[in-house]
Design a protein around this ligand. Sequence first.
Ligand code: HEC
Length: 153
Amino acid sequence: MVSRRWLFLMLVVGAVFSLGLAACGGDNGDEGGAEPIVTDIGQTLEDAADDAGDALNVVTGDPDAGAVVFAEQGCANCHSVDSDAAMAGPSLRNIGTVAEERTEQTAAEYLRESITHPDAYVVEGYQSGIMPAYDGLSNEQLDNLVAYLLTLR
Ligand code: HEC
């Protein structure tokens, strides 16, 4: 799982570097020698990948880990993911595509907000105040959860 995440980070960083190169016509003059030594390369790469992910609207979470969070947090008590059945909350069977249409936000932004601030957008036919705000989840848990929800199409 860790290596998969790193592979993904490297891919995103690579993609952004090539975009950057393409944007300045391949003229990347002074690479190498004069650069300062980066001591915490891991953190630097991760930050770069996060920025890149935001810029490219790519989600860096792990869907499999997100499915685990979904189960652990009891989301399934109120949401079906394998049928259209409405429970206390709407079915999330197609939420990956539905989320794209909900607001002006990207699907990932909408999903994140739906989890941390459920009342920011209330799905038609449902009431506010029923879904608890999951504001105690870590960034990583949220990333993973969003990545999982995006696979539901
Ligand atoms: C107590 C019941 C309940 C629980 C538990 C619950 N939800 Fe909800 N959820 C709702 C209700 C009701 C709505 C519709 C009202 C609204 O939009 O806030 C909703 C809406 C949503 C939406 C928006 C759906 C759409 O069609 O736009 C998402 C996404 C979502 N929930 C994800 C989750 C996730 C992920 C969890 C677990 C971390 C979770 N919910 C836990 C009741 C619940």
